[in-house]
Design a protein around this ligand. Structure first.
Ligand SMILES: [Zn+2]
Length: 339
């Protein structure tokens, strides 16, 4: 341990004791895109003993400009991001444990993912999932680190339930759909990803080694193109906050039903089935091969028919490309995958 981590142990903020705490810690990364890639690599190199990586997607060539965990081969083979990240981490630090979770993070799994972790890092790209993380982390008293980046702008805040404001204290409601720029409409450049992820990882390390007095305690904003850096004091937790004040965790209580989501800017819709199931790819491929082109690997099956492409994961969740219409996607799903 000493040789690999020697430079980090020399750093007075961590030291020998801090390093042994890191090795005993478990961190959850929700979403392994650009921010999640950078977080996963840094935490793995730092020797955080257990990393749990949850992501619903597979690697595509448009990811490679900023998602540093992935290679052209991952994109060509469409490896799920949670698996591709784990494969690369094994090569850069075989001493730590990585758990890959190929899931759409939602109310049915977030508490299981969060509750035995020492810290959670936000690598998502949407507020719905962030409110879900916030609810689960406040409920289970797990520290988490919000982070977001679009264009050249980024923001981050560290949430320690009941000691600092939570996400809902600061942002009461998400901005309405389509009103805010996203990476798919405004693009994003790698340097802002590096900045936000670096601050998130530094905060995670402080939490894991127990140096909470060094946390930055603010809503931190950066723009690497306009050269603006700002720290906003978020004040104390709000006693009227539905989440950390009133302990109402509404996002965790959503009814179980088939869930369809338009994947913004990707000309695709995701369908998640209402019941947990496990798909046999060999059987499904056999059934579909007469109607289109089918390929599968251990993690997903891809089926192309006409202008549509269906990617089916083992839990029957599917991403249907070639449409932004939920009704079209639902009918393709019913027709080819079944209910
Ligand atoms: Zn709150």
């Amino acid at each position: 341990m000493n040789e690999r981590y020697s430079r980090q142990i020399l750093f007075s903020g961590i030291g020998k004791e801090g390093q042994s705490r890191l090795l005993k810690s478990r961190a959850l990364i929700v979403g392994c895109g650009a921010l999640g890639s950078a977080q996963a690599e840094s935490l793995a190199r730092a020797g955080v003993g257990k990393l749990r990586i949850a992501d619903r997607d597979f690697v595509e060539s448009s990811n490679l400009q900023r998602q540093t965990m992935f290679t052209e081969r991952d994109a060509a083979e469409r490896i799920p991001k949670a698996v591709a990240a784990a494969n690369h981490i094994k090569e850069l630090n075989a001493e730590i444990e990585v758990e890959s979770e190929i899931v759409d993070v939602n109310h049915s799994n977030i508490e299981r993912l969060v509750k035995d972790c020492d810290v959670v890092l936000d690598g998502t790209d949407n507020f719905a999932t962030r409110y879900l993380i916030n609810d689960a982390c406040v409920k289970h008293k797990v520290n988490w680190i919000y982070g977001a980046a679009v264009g050249s702008y980024g923001v981050t805040m560290t949430i320690r339930p009941h000691q600092t404001p939570c996400l809902r204290c600061v942002f009461e409601a998400a901005s309405p759909a389509a009103s805010a720029p996203t990476c798919d409409t405004a693009g994003v450049i790698m340097p802002i990803i590096s900045v936000v992820a670096a601050v998130q990882v530094a905060e995670a390390l402080k939490i894991l080694v127990g140096q909470t007095e060094n946390l930055h305690g603010s809503l931190m904003q950066f723009d690497v193109w306009q050269n603006e850096w700002r720290k906003i004091n978020p004040g104390p937790p709000s006693p009227d906050c539905p989440t950390c004040g009133l302990l109402q965790f509404e996002t965790l209580e959503a009814a179980s039903e088939e869930f369809a989501a338009v994947l913004c800017g990707r000309d695709a819709v995701q369908i998640s089935p209402s019941q947990a199931t496990r798909i046999n790819f060999e059987e499904l491929a056999h059934r579909l091969q007469a109607t289109g082109e089918v390929k599968y690997n251990n993690y997903l099956l891809r089926f192309r028919t006409g202008e549509f492409e269906l990617t089916v994961f083992q839990d029957a969740r599917s991403i249907i490309r070639g449409t932004n219409e939920v009704t079209t996607a639902r009918s393709l799903y019913a027709k080819y995958i079944g209910n």
